[in-house]
Design a protein around this ligand. Structure first.
Ligand code: GUN
Ligand code: FE
Length: 456
């Protein structure tokens, strides 16, 4: 028998289209083409539902979820330092500038060794997939070979990886043992890296992409920043960096450039629709407007922001301004590889920014009015918001989006979620899943229609 669809999945799915609302597809059929794209979603009441179900249910192309299992979109980690996986969980109490010099640069310099890089990167990509992360926007290190190896490992393991070779060319600011040899070499290495990863992308189903990656303004000369802006334009690549993360970094840029880092990055051609800036905790209103105008997205890293920013991103306010926001783990500024953990922290941190008891007081007695975000917003940031930030058809379970999903089992052995009320609303069920799931509850992970992780 001829089959029009490559695969058909049956089950109940949660998805997000706007920050406030979650949609539920109850007992639907998700019909994929060979590219792993959702071509049709059929509801039980649709005329074709029974016909498609009968045609596929006894074939290898069909997969039905068991009782207590649900589809969630795969998560999109919009900011993660792959080499720092080796030090995750350590040094959470040191300010950014000291942490870079004493822990991070010495560790990252070790990735000149490809055997070390392979060991850490393989473990990290496997761990992220097991935590439901189907797409990740990575900082690698200054080394072009180890950075390419990370892209190759994503390609091999089926994760959608966006990878940047980090640029740190300033001789004053970076230690001799860990910096680009020269500005010229930094730009040449970046260009070669872009070309090689664009070539590698052609052999993958899910996509791997090069990312122009100035670490942050303090690491880079003006010449490198401008040159990187030109390379991004020439090759149509993504851009990532850190922006307005800490008082120290923010003030350093003001002193050197006499403007905020947002305006400085814009002048260098580094703010655009495919640009993602990590943190952005201390944006002024003018800075935030420039993010919205240029289509630049924010990677919200709520765990890391507690440690390095001593602050909270006003995510609700920036979303209202029309800025795209996704969630990032910021390993190892953040200790956890899980976006579930970062969803939880995003909600908790927002409550700490909230106004006082009487919101009508002018000026507010404390905090920032309307700062609260709930699980729906945080779920949106981890999925649809990340997809919009990257301008890719990912993060939502809708027709013409890619089949990147995690199968959550609320009855997983030893990690059964506390569900005792048979009348629990679907929204409350999703919130339990978001707040209480552990990696053991993630039974399968799929990227672009291919199974990339299975927990027996
Ligand atoms: N700013 C410059 N480099 C880094 C880094 O590795 N992590 C974080 N969180 N901030 C940075
Ligand atoms: Fe970071």
């Amino acid at each position: 028998m001829d089959h029009a669809y490559d695969k058909v999945f049956r089950g109940t799915a949660f998805t997000s289209g706007t920050p406030q609302e979650v949609s539920v597809w109850e007992d639907c059929l998700f019909c994929l083409d060979v590219e792993g794209v959702i071509r049709r979603i059929l509801k039980p009441q649709d005329a074709d539902y029974s016909r498609i179900l009968e045609a596929y249910r006894d074939t290898e192309r069909f997969r039905a979820l068991a009782e207590g299992q649900y589809f969630l979109p795969g998560f999109i980690d919009l900011h993660i330092h792959a080499p720092q996986w080796a030090q995750a969980g350590t040094a959470m109490d040191i300010p950014l500038q000291d942490w870079l010099g004493t822990y991070t640069f010495p560790l990252e310099s070790k990735y000149a060794d490809l055997d070390f890089a392979r060991k850490v990167y393989q473990d990290l990509v496997t761990t992220l997939l097991a935590n439901g992360t189907t797409t990740a926007l990575y900082f690698a290190t200054i080394h072009k070979e180890a950075s390419y190896l990370l892209a190759q490992i994503c390609a091999d393991k089926g994760q959608r990886g966006l990878v940047g070779k980090v640029v740190m060319d300033d001789k004053e600011q970076n230690p001799a043992y860990y910096r680009d040899e020269s500005t010229k070499a930094a730009l040449a290495d970046t260009e070669e890296f872009i070309q090689r990863v664009q070539e590698l992308n052609k052999s993958t189903k899910q996509g791997v992409y090069p990312v122009v990656t100035p670490r942050f303004i303090p690491s880079c000369t003006d010449e490198a920043l401008t040159g990187l802006g030109e390379l991004a334009k020439k090759y149509g690549t993504y851009i990532q960096s850190h922006c307005s993360e800490s008082d120290w970094e923010h003030n350093y840029v003001l002193e050197r450039m006499h403007k905020s880092d947002t305006f400085a990055l814009h002048e260098m051609g580094l703010l655009q629709d495919k640009a993602v800036m990590a943190h952005a905790v201390f944006l002024s209103d003018e800075d935030a407007d420039l993010f919205a105008e240029t289509g630049t997205a924010i990677a919200h890293c709520p765990i890391s922001n507690v440690c390095f920013s001593n602050g909270v991103l006003p995510a609700a306010r920036f979303t209202q301004k029309g800025i795209d926001i996704g969630l990032g783990t910021d390993i190892s500024g953040g200790f956890s590889p899980s976006l579930f953990d970062n969803i939880r922290q995003a909600v908790i941190s927002s409550r700490m920014l909230e106004e006082g008891v009487d919101p009508s007081l002018e000026p507010p007695e404390r905090g920032l009015p309307h700062s609260r975000i709930g699980a729906n917003e945080a779920f949106y940031y981890a999925t649809a918001g990340g997809g919009k930030s990257l301008s890719l058809p990912i993060g939502q379970l809708e027709e013409n989006y890619v089949w990147d999903v995690q199968v959550i089992d609320v009855n997983a052995p030893n990690t059964r979620l506390p569900i005792f009320d048979s009348g629990l609303s679907m929204e409350d069920l999703l919130h339990k899943i978001l707040f209480l799931s552990r990696p053991e509850n993630i039974r399968e992970v799929w990227v672009q229609g291919e199974c990339v992780h299975k927990r027996i």
